[in-house]
Design a protein around this ligand. Structure first.
Ligand SMILES: [Zn+2]
Ligand SMILES: [Zn+2]
Ligand SMILES: [Zn+2]
Length: 191
């Protein structure tokens, strides 16, 4: 608090002095302002850089997650028994497959229908929507070809929800996995 009694003791400022000091003040003000503006833009640039780096990191993480998910749940064929989900490769001619881990039988066309009874799955295999031919006994190459197309469709459908940049990056990451399975997917397949 300013002591009111001391106010009168202040040296009165002459008009000349006053205008000079005002000019000095306003120059200082301009300097201050331009400094503030410069530092504001510096900070803005910095935060924009940080933000775009952050954004790039987020995008990369997202792409890695999607790629991992595709390899894990689509490209790797798994037992459809939710409690098991063991990856499988075995095929012995019958389109009713059996899981070596949990013992469940399941359809080699759709890889969705499963039952503990091999016969029940046989009946499903004969009527399965995903089947490209009748009967339950088929050579291995039919299975391979069918699964190649099935997985290709699933990957495309999975990627349809993602933006172009993510799609490109994901395709880049899973390129070797796709090549190994003979699956061809390009960005134009998604449009
Ligand atoms: Zn069978
Ligand atoms: Zn299983
Ligand atoms: Zn089926």
């Amino acid at each position: 608090m300013v002591d009111p009694s001391k106010r009168s003791l202040r040296k009165p400022i002459s008009k000349k002095n006053n205008s000079r000091s005002r000019a000095r003040k306003s120059r200082k003000f301009v300097n201050d302002i331009s400094c503030t503006i410069q530092s504001y833009y510096r900070m803005e640039n910095l935060s924009r850089m940080t933000r775009s780096r952050q954004q790039a990191e987020n995008e990369e993480r997202k792409a890695q997650d999607v790629a991992r998910n595709i390899v894990d749940t689509i490209l790797t064929l798994r037992c459809p028994n939710r409690k098991c989900q063991k990856a499988f490769l075995d095929f012995d001619g019958c389109f009713t497959l059996e899981c070596h881990q949990c013992g469940v039988s399941f359809c080699a066309w759709c890889v969705r229908f499963n039952d503990w009874n091999h016969g029940t799955v046989h009946q499903h295999v004969d009527r399965c929507d995903a089947a490209s031919r009748a009967g339950t006994q088929h050579p291995f190459y039919i299975f391979v070809e069918h699964q190649r197309e099935r997985r290709r469709t699933l990957v495309i459908n999975r990627l349809r929800h993602e933006n172009q940049r993510t799609v490109r990056r994901v395709l880049d990451i899973i390129n070797t996995n796709l090549e190994e399975l003979g699956i061809n997917i390009s960005i134009t397949d998604l449009s």
